[in-house]
Design a protein around this ligand. Structure first.
Ligand SMILES: *[C@@H]1O[C@H](CO)[C@@H](O)[C@H](O)[C@H]1NC(C)=O
Ligand SMILES: *[C@@H]1O[C@H](CO)[C@@H](O)[C@H](O)[C@H]1NC(C)=O
Ligand SMILES: *[C@@H]1O[C@H](CO)[C@@H](O)[C@H](O)[C@H]1NC(C)=O
Length: 353
């Protein structure tokens, strides 16, 4: 297991402990653990974000093996129709004009494909050397909707090079979603936001991960078979409160807003799950020990002579965890991607422990 995965485990574990003993965690303790988290992620072991330079060929090769790995792990028995696939579109037309800002308009023929669901899509381009211009620039990409109308997609800092070309990518998922859905495709505007700046895409592509729509709600990475301890409507309740079970929790790495998440290419979003609920005596114990602890808690509670209660109830926590396939930038070479399996990233079952 790599250093990032170990730190992730720490983060995850502390999140679970936080839920479990939520009444015990003070604001102060929480602040300390946030600091710990950033320290844990250890900047020294990560590549410099400004050096990331993943070519289209490298992306295509590694993304293809990632998709195969996920398919083999998740839904070998589900057949072809829900398999995620990678589509690539080369730029058709590039128009440059200078008004207030430097803007490139890029046109791609992405056919309307209502049979596909778009998981994500990126604009990938090879930026020209900056020669005498600033190398760190802010850019924005917009979907063109009409002569004066556009839709903002993403803004990003690019770290270009003075003497070399450099690969960059921007998230354009919602634009590709709308084109595949059948909306008119007027292209994308790549806009440089700083004064006196320019970003010239020598080559430009769209890469998108799609899968066929399916009547079943089975979605590659997000799909998981139903398990014994999953929370279900109207089940597992006591005095109107839910008893310990597994709830869904979608994690969006980008929204976690930790700079290190820039290194994760896939998945962007995954179903992590969490455990929550009451642990009454004799309910779904993880171990014989937790059964005993639960009884000890009950006994202390019903004994008026014990002035202070000390033995806690068993608490609802993951009893079975599963790994997650991750495609990320190689720590030792920021022009390469690598596949890792991070352990204990997904809650499979919950129990009182
Ligand atoms: C780029 O090339 C020029 C001329 O060859 C050189 O003077 C300069 O140091 C180079 N810059 C970088 C960042 O390598
Ligand atoms: C980025 O990678 C391309 C090849 O994929 C290479 O030609 C270019 O020189 C690299 N840029 C830098 C700054 O290393
Ligand atoms: C409790 O111990 C008994 C005897 O060793 C064992 O059969 C049983 O599986 C244990 N229960 C749990 C929940 O671990």
């Amino acid at each position: 297991m790599g250093a990032i995965s170990r730190t992730f485990l720490t983060v995850w574990t502390s999140v679970f402990v936080f839920w479990c003993n939520s009444e015990l965690v003070t604001a102060n303790q929480q602040a300390n653990s946030d600091k710990g988290l950033l320290q844990d992620l250890g900047l020294s072991i990560l590549p410099d974000v400004s050096k990331i330079n993943i070519s289209l060929a490298e992306y295509t090769k590694m993304m293809t093996s990632y998709l195969e790995t996920v398919d083999n792990d998740v839904n070998a028995e589900d057949g072809d129709d829900i398999r995620a696939r990678l589509l690539t579109f080369d730029v058709d037309k590039k128009i440059w004009w200078r008004r207030k800002q430097d803007t490139y308009r890029l046109r791609f023929s992405v056919p309307a494909s209502p049979q596909y669901e778009v998981k994500n899509a990126q604009l990938r381009f090879l930026a020209a050397p900056q020669t005498s211009k600033p190398t760190t620039i802010r850019v924005e990409v917009n979907q063109v909707l009409g002569a004066r109308r556009k839709r903002y997609l993403e803004e990003r800092t690019l770290y270009l090079s003075q003497n070399h070309t450099k690969w960059c990518d921007l998230d354009i998922t919602s634009a590709v979603q709308s084109w595949m859905h059948g909306d008119i495709n007027l292209g994308l505007d790549l806009v440089c936001l700083d004064s006196n700046c320019e970003v010239d895409p020598l080559e430009a592509y769209i890469t998108t991960i799609v899968h066929k729509k399916s009547s079943r709600i089975r979605r590659s990475v997000m799909y998981r078979p139903e398990r014994r301890t999953d929370c279900q409507r109207g089940r597992n309740r006591e005095k109107g409160k839910r008893k310990c079970c597994r709830q869904n929790m979608k994690v969006n790495f980008k929204k976690l807003d930790i700079p290190e998440m820039n290194f994760i290419m896939e998945p962007k979003v995954y179903e992590a799950g969490y455990c929550y609920g009451l642990c009454p005596p004799n309910y779904n114990h993880a171990t014989n020990h937790s059964r005993i602890q639960s009884l000890m808690h009950q006994m202390e509670k019903s004994n008026p002579s014990s002035a202070k209660r000390r033995i806690p109830k068993a608490c609802c926590a993951p009893s079975k965890l599963g790994p997650l396939d991750i495609l990320l930038v190689n720590k030792d070479n920021p022009t390469k991607l690598m596949l890792e399996k991070w352990d204990n990233m997904v809650v499979i079952e919950c129990a009182c422990s």
